[in-house]
Design a protein around this ligand. Structure first.
Ligand SMILES: [Zn+2]
Length: 94
C-alpha cells in the first residue's frame, strides 16, 4: 500500500508532529448532573455498530459517576478515532 515516497513523507510529518505537547481532550457534558468537563481519549469508549443508531460513545461522568452513552455521528466518530479513543466494532461481517 505505501510506496517509498509516502514513507518518507510520514517520517517527516512524524517529526513535525513533535510540537504537540498537550494530550488530546474532548469536551463532554453529563445529562445527569449537568456537569461539563474535559475527558482524555483514554476515558472515552467508542462503539461502532452496523448503523448510525447503534454507533455511540460512552464515558463515566467524573462528577457523579453516571455511565453516559451518547449517539455518535460520522463527524464524532472521525474526531474520536483520530484522537486515539479506543474503538469497539460491534457488528461482525457485513
Ligand atoms: Zn454526572
Amino acid at each position: 500500500m505505501s510506496e517509498a515516497g509516502s514513507v518518507g513523507m510520514s517520517v517527516a510529518s512524524a517529526f513535525a508532529g513533535m510540537r504537540r505537547v498537550s494530550p488530546v481532550v474532548f469536551r463532554a457534558g453529563c445529562p445527569d448532573c449537568r456537569g461539563r468537563f474535559e475527558l482524555a481519549a483514554s476515558a472515552l469508549r467508542l462503539a461502532i455498530g452496523a448503523s448510525s443508531r447503534t454507533t455511540f460513545y460512552s464515558f463515566t461522568c467524573p462528577e457523579c459517576g453516571a455511565a453516559v452513552r451518547k449517539p455518535a455521528g460520522e463527524r464524532i466518530v472521525e474526531l474520536l478515532t483520530g484522537g486515539g479513543v479506543r474503538t469497539l466494532r460491534l457488528h461482525s461481517t457485513l
